[in-house]
Design a protein around this ligand. Structure first.
Ligand code: PLP
Length: 397
């Protein structure tokens, strides 16, 4: 295989794009490796090889359920956040007969896993209301309530936004949803492992999670489905996952996910205190040392994930800055990994009402529990120099 980045080169790089994905924790790799060498049975087989693999799956499910305060029977493994999001929407519609005119409520700031699915459902005859966010990046629960119709089958609102880190008022929305008899799905892909995510405290009926956002492997997630929630299967085939999600169990990935969830629970205080502290210090430094910078997303309420910072810089082209920083070994992004490369302006910042030039000049820095103080110091030095250089070139150009 032709991967040729030297270890030395990698170790000099500073990774501040943890909202796109994270480095897999060594302890996660340790529990995954024996699944390839020893526990390679099919978890649905009756023999000892199968029983062995089944034990791994059961342990993993317990680890993930504990992170969410959920009943293990309500936790269904999927191939990741995208599948879980797709399933919640299509599954709710199909469970209700899949009739045209069925109504769904979501927001303009969701991940494409929700928004693109909603567009596909609209093309298939569903009606979707897209609720906006205010200038601080927060969705108003009253706007959700006003959008509810007799035909509303599901409300889907993300727990925390992947571009700004702004935490949404899920508990308030859940109260409204329950009072009005409409189930609520929350995409908690970015919030899990960063802040407490407890399905009872949040009051959600469904919730999506993805392991690779908190030091687990890629290609594995779960959909939490509260008992009694009406949801048709999305993947049909064998009777895995208690007949709810067909497909041979991805035992190594499940094992890794279970361990990543246990570690995430152990590191929540560190995320809030050390990582949150680093992020705040980084923002203070940027605001003090780089002219024309502003932080996007609510901060007076403190309602942001501790690891994300979305900053707009005047007189800067965000995409050019990403490339210039990459050349200096600092990895950041302009928004979500799915949107970057498309050069489309961020739909999240646009929905917050930011002017196009402010949207274009935005960068997302996302930290993890592996981010160190010296990396932030070095990244800030490089950032200052890169922005100064790009602004100078712009003046001359
Ligand atoms: N939802 C949110 C909020 C995300 O940030 C992402 C990934 O970027 C996803 C869903 C998709 O998850 P996955 O990469 O596991 O498909």
């Amino acid at each position: 295989m032709g991967i040729c980045y030297s270890k030395a080169a990698m170790s000099e790089r500073i990774y501040l794009d943890n909202s796109a994905t994270t480095q897999v924790d060594e302890r996660v790799i340790e529990v995954m490796t024996p699944c390839f060498r020893q526990h390679y049975g099919n978890a649905s087989s009756v023999h000892l090889f199968g029983q062995d693999a089944r034990r791994v799956v059961d342990d993993a499910r317990r680890g993930v359920a504990a992170l969410l305060g959920a009943d293990t029977r309500d936790v269904v493994f999927t191939s990741g956040g995208t599948e879980s999001d797709n399933w919640s929407l299509w599954g709710a519609w199909r469970a209700a007969g899949g009739r045209p005119g069925a109504h769904f409520i979501t927001t303009r700031i969701e991940h494409p896993a929700i928004l693109t699915t909603c567009k596909a459902m609209e093309a298939a005859g569903a009606e979707i209301t897209y609720v906006s966010a205010d200038a601080s990046g927060r969705v108003n629960p009253m706007a959700i309530e006003e959008a509810i119709r007799d035909t509303t089958l599901l409300i889907s609102v993300m727990h925390a936004n992947n571009e700004t880190g702004v935490i949404q008022p899920i508990r308030e929305i859940a109260e409204i949803a329950r009072r009005r008899g409409v189930p609520l799905h929350a995409d908690a892909v970015q919030s899990a492992g960063k802040i407490p995510v407890n399905v009872e405290e949040l009051g959600v009926d469904m919730l999506s999670l993805s392991a690779h956002k908190f030091h687990g492997p890629k290609g594995i997630g779960i959909l939490y489905i509260r008992k009694g929630t009406k949801l048709a299967s999305y993947m049909t085939g064998g009777s895995q996952e208690r007949k709810r999600r067909a497909g041979t169990e991805n035992v190594p990935a499940m094992a890794g996910f279970g361990m990543a969830a246990i570690l995430a629970a152990e590191h929540l205080t560190e995320m809030a205190e050390r990582v949150g502290g680093l992020r705040d210090r980084m923002e203070r430094h940027i605001l003090a040392k780089i002219g024309g910078a502003r932080i996007n997303g609510s901060d007076e309420t403190g309602a942001r994930l501790p690891n994300i910072s979305n900053v707009s810089f005047d007189r800067l082209e965000g995409e050019a800055a990403v490339i210039a920083l990459d050349l200096e070994n600092v990895a950041v992004s302009t928004g979500s990994a799915c949107a970057s490369g498309s050069l489309d302006p961020s739909h999240v910042l646009t929905a917050m009402g930011l002017r196009p030039e402010v949207v274009q000049g935005s960068l997302r820095f996302s930290l993890s529990r592996l981010t160190t103080e010296s990396e932030i110091d070095r990244a800030l030095e490089i950032l200052e120099a890169v922005i100064e250089r790009l602004r100078r070139l712009r003046r001359q150009g």
